[in-house]
Write a protein that binds this ligand. Structure first.
Ligand SMILES: NC(=O)c1ccc[n+]([C@@H]2O[C@H](COP(=O)([O-])OP(=O)(O)OC[C@H]3O[C@@H](n4cnc5c(N)ncnc54)[C@H](O)[C@@H]3O)[C@@H](O)[C@H]2O)c1
Length: 328
């Protein structure tokens, strides 16, 4: 199943994950260990990532550098200490952060990938898997959204991610690098941050209900997103590593298009909450509609997804268990 016979196999490789203490990155680290990676190196400044997310991975031999991947000298000494084959670039500062500090959100999303591309161009490692986001597309101008959909970022976060995509594509053309882009839509699942202003809609709604507070809908609630279970994203990323040609990008979505008000109703029902739902003003520049096609992904690797109701149950069970100290 490989279009890229030259790409190192994951079994026996040394993989480095930037942002590997975060939500998606920590699940990816676990899966790389499951796949038999020789070593897994994490670079995370713990801006939002948590040591707890890596508890099992560190016991299994993963190595964590609590360093800033925007800072080239830090990356240089880490890469000098490990013979890295493949880098998965998950480091980012959450979308909501770009409303408070747009310049640094943009900087993180561009600087980290530029540092990595410069190292790759100098032959320090072989393959780069860069994490883009559905946010680069902005609101759907046609549906379902495929990889040719125009990029209309509506936030500084998304602008930085779109610029990063262009940087990857240009370095591949100029220097013939082995780099490809995976573009997940909205992820949900265990370990997604549920605290403070950077939290996503599912964890924040679950947390409010579990703490006895009313959930909130911001804006009309008719804004829609395409939600994918985090383990499915990781599965797709690892499959893409085997088959996606350099310079290409691929959507990773479950092809569901769920309105936020419907979603909050599902979370409330599952947690047995029958109280009021508070209405709050909408956030400026919120994307109105995401409805993706993952036809390209399916054609590449026969991808299948966890049904949303099942993934949501598993996710809410994890938040409940974590509150009672039974889960990490
Ligand atoms: N979660 C989603 O729904 C979603 C959807 C589409 C794309 N993505 C992309 O997937 C990737 C992972 O997202 P996530 O949801 O796991 O985010 P996350 O915030 O949970 O993880 C990002 C990690 O990067 C770390 N980080 C931030 N700045 C850093 C820096 N300068 N140096 C080192 N580490 C740094 C954070 O501490 C955090 O652990 C990101 O590239 C994101 O854009 C996420």
């Amino acid at each position: 199943m490989s279009n890229n016979p030259g790409r190192a196999r994951l079994k026996g490789c040394c993989a480095l994950v930037t942002g590997g203490a975060g939500f998606i990155g920590s699940h990816l680290v676990d899966r790389l260990l499951d796949e038999g990676a020789r070593s897994v190196v994490v670079v995370d400044n713990l801006f939002l990532g948590e040591l707890d997310n890596l508890h099992d991975a560190l016991v299994r031999g993963a190595v964590l550098y609590r360093e800033d991947a925007e800072f080239m000298p830090s990356l240089e000494y880490i890469f000098a200490a490990h013979q890295v084959d493949v880098v998965f670039n998950c480091a980012t500062k959450a979308l909501n952060y770009s409303f408070m500090n747009p310049m640094n959100a943009f900087d993180t999303n561009t600087r980290v990938v530029l540092n990595l591309l410069e190292l790759q161009r100098k032959g320090v490692f072989k393959t780069l898997c860069h994490f883009s986001t559905s946010e680069v597309y902005g609101t759907a101008v046609y549906e379902p959204m495929d990889e040719a959909h125009p990029k209309n970022p509506t936030t500084a976060y998304a602008a930085g991610k779109a610029a990063a995509d262009l940087a990857v594509e240009s370095y591949v053309r100029m220097f013939d690098l082995d780099a490809f882009i995976v573009r997940p839509f909205n992820n949900y699942g265990p370990r997604q941050n549920d605290a403070g202003p950077l939290a996503g809609v599912i964890p924040v709604t679950a947390r409010r209900i579990l703490e006895g507070r009313a959930p909130e809908i911001h804006g009309t609630g008719t804004q829609s997103r395409d939600f994918i279970y985090v383990q499915d994203t990781v599965d797709a990323v690892l499959k893409c590593h085997g088959v996606l040609p350099a310079g290409e990008s691929v959507n990773i979505s479950a092809e569901n298009c769920i309105e936020i008000a419907t979603l909050i109703g599902m979370v409330a029902e599952s947690l047995g909450y029958a109280g009021a739902i508070e209405r709050k003003p909408g956030r400026g520049s919120d994307v109105a509609c995401h409805n993706a096609t993952s036809a390209k992904l399916r054609s590449l690797c026969g991808f299948q997804c966890t049904p949303f109701a099942q993934g949501l149950e598993q996710t809410l069970a994890w938040y409940r268990a974590r509150r009672s100290g039974e889960a990490r």
